[in-house]
Design a protein around this ligand. Structure first.
Ligand SMILES: Nc1nc2c(ncn2[C@@H]2O[C@H](COP(=O)(O)OP(=O)(O)O)[C@@H](O)[C@H]2O)c(=O)[nH]1
Ligand SMILES: [Mg+2]
Length: 296
């Protein structure tokens, strides 16, 4: 069964892709077989978009989809944002705007519940991006809310990380504190129709000039009004430039971490507390916990 699914998936069939993702998400028996056979893929760029809630990440994503399609790309979007217009909790206008993409042949949208205890990325997001690569998408956009752990995790996964900020008082300090400064390859200052956007961008630039990491990398700041599709071409250009000058890195630490997790899971497969309790009960009066565990 997984052979057929894989074959359709490799042809870019989005129904097969949706089914494959569900298998993996729910760890339906057979999903490991599927993953073991998806083969090598390259040439897919993962674009991470993070930033505070309401900064305009989904609006930007929406505009970016259009520009990537125009350059001939097939685009997949993974949303790990409970308040995203791609999922529930959307204000109506946003949802209607997004709907145009759901039936577009070059676009695939999937929202994932954030199940990480610290609001991190979805536990199966690595596997899911591998499925999207197998389905030959050129770009995978991963939108995450920049609170807690997710913006740190996105860096390990993404080939380019975009941090979206808005010109509002006090934001700079929050940004510094939240660790968002460290993860950005490209900054977007969105809602530049609002007062204070120039000053905010200048302050951000001054902060970057003082930070060695950003100084060396010439991190760009792109000003946008996502709601009016302004600045999107510049952003697309910045993304393309970054991907050209920083070809997809070997994600060694991400892969090592994932391997560690999967090996631990496999080794623990036949164990559970009830089984251990039963075994301990059968032990004699001179039971020793540390000797007992050696058999596993
Ligand atoms: N004034 C203004 N509003 C915007 C702009 N971009 C997005 N918005 C609005 O900001 C709100 C939050 O946008 P959304 O994309 O959902 O933010 P997200 O939570 O970061 O994904 C929505 O009502 C958007 O219409 C912009 O450039 N200017
Ligand atoms: Mg959103």
């Amino acid at each position: 069964m997984w052979e057929d699914l894989l074959q359709q998936l490799n042809k870019g069939d989005t129904n097969a892709l949706a089914r494959a993702i569900s298998l993996v998400e729910n760890q339906v028996p057979g999903y490991e077989k599927l993953l073991s056979n998806i083969g090598a893929q390259s040439g897919t760029a993962i674009i991470g978009i993070t930033g505070p809630p309401g900064a305009g990440k989904s609006t930007l994503t929406d505009a970016l989809i259009a520009s990537f399609i125009q350059q001939g790309d097939r685009v997949a979007i993974l949303c790990v944002d409970p308040s995203s217009p791609f999922t529930q909790g959307a204000i109506l206008g946003d949802r209607i705007r997004m709907n145009q993409w759901y039936n577009h042949p070059a676009v695939f949208i999937r929202s994932l519940a954030s199940r990480g205890a610290l609001g991190g990325l979805h536990p199966m997001v690595v596997e899911i991006t591998d499925l999207l690569k197998a389905a030959h998408f050129d770009k995978i956009i991963v939108e995450t809310v920049g609170v807690g752990q997710s913006e740190i995790e996105i860096v390990g996964l993404a080939d380019v990380t975009i941090v979206v900020l808005v010109p509002e008082a006090g934001d700079e300090i929050q940004t510094m504190k939240s660790g968002l400064m460290e993860v950005a390859d490209i900054f977007v200052v969105n809602k530049c129709d609002r007062p204070g956007s120039d000053q905010f961008s200048n302050n951000l630039q001054a902060m970057l000039d003082h930070s060695t990491r950003h100084h060396q990398n010439h991190t760009s700041i792109i000003k946008t009004i996502a709601a009016q599709q302004q600045g999107i071409e510049l952003l697309q250009q910045a993304i393309n430039d970054f991907l050209t000058t920083h070809p997809p890195k070997e994600k060694l630490s991400l892969l090592a971490e994932r391997a560690m997790y999967l090996i631990a899971k496999r080794r623990m497969k036949d164990l559970n507390k009830q089984l251990l309790a039963d075994a301990i009960q059968k032990e004699g009066p001179d039971f020793n916990l540390y000797q007992f565990i050696q058999q596993f």
